[in-house]
Design a binder for this molecule. Structure first.
Ligand code: PEP
Length: 250
């Protein structure tokens, strides 16, 4: 069974609700009727309602960029999976490298968020990836295996059914440097083999692994041509309707 590709936009801390409505006004006609891939837009929390309203009845799903592992509680500034679901959000990014780098995200909190997302019925997009020093030291495989093992801890294959992983080499995020398709595919194979160890081969063969790191209209087709690459997580190039549509339609 071929894996349906998933092309996801990570808007990071960009766009207001008005700018979100403008984006969808221009983006929807460019991708209407595009059934080949699953398309997801992950705007900042304050734009979720506007995005859901604008995307209603379309082929675009809406995701969050993070979620807390508790359902409710005294956690000022946090948002739970249940809250996201109540809005109509279906996907959630977990463990993005910017969260790991600037906001104290650890492999353990990634695991908690992942469990909460799966438990609630969201489709988590769990990010893993090495920093430049780790790649240069030949540690990429070890880092990916460690991040996966810890993220997947105490999750059954049954519970993990919706799990999507994004391989995002940190040195390629927002830098204009893209991993070559071959290099990305190698890393994806490591992630898939680790998923096989934890969840079983059959599960791993079905699991989607996205590539993220300076994906643009010019390099999307070559990346997507790799059998190991099941879609893309796109930051900068997803902010502009034409460029994100060109990636979706690579
Ligand atoms: C990202 O934010 O997940 C990302 C991959 O960003 P960019 O496409 O800008 O490198």
């Amino acid at each position: 069974m071929p894996r349906t590709k998933l092309i996801a936009a990570n808007w990071k801390m960009y766009k207001t609700p008005d700018q979100t409505r403008d984006f969808f006004r221009d983006f929807l006609p460019l991708v209407s009727g595009h059934e080949r891939d699953e398309i997801v837009v992950c705007p900042p929390y304050v734009d979720l309602a506007a995005a859901l309203e604008a995307a209603r009845g379309s082929n675009i799903a809406v995701g969050a960029q993070n979620l807390h592992w508790k359902e409710v509680g005294a956690f000022t500034g946090e948002i739970s999976a249940a809250m996201l679901l109540s809005l109509g959000v279906t996907h959630g990014i977990v463990g993005h490298s910017e969260r790991r780098q600037y906001f104290g995200e650890t492999d353990d909190t990634v695991n908690l968020r992942l469990k909460a997302a799966l438990e609630a019925g969201l489709t988590p997009i769990c990010c893993v990836g090495e920093v430049l020093e780790e790649r240069e030291a030949g540690l990429t495989d070890d880092v990916l295996r460690r991040q996966c093992v810890r993220a997947f801890r105490a999750i059954s294959a049954k519970k993990a059914a919706r799990l999507v992983v994004a391989y995002e080499p940190v040195w390629a995020i927002g830098t204009g440097k893209t991993a070559t398709p071959e290099l990305a595919a190698e890393a994806h194979a490591v992630i898939r083999s680790e998923a096989g160890e934890v969840f079983g081969e059959e599960f791993a063969a079905r699991m989607r692994i996205l590539y993220g790191g300076s994906v643009k209209p010019e390099n999307a087709a070559a990346l997507m041509a790799q059998e190991e690459i099941d879609g893309a997580l796109v930051g900068g190039a997803s902010l502009e309707p034409k460029s994100f549509a060109a990636i979706v339609k690579y």
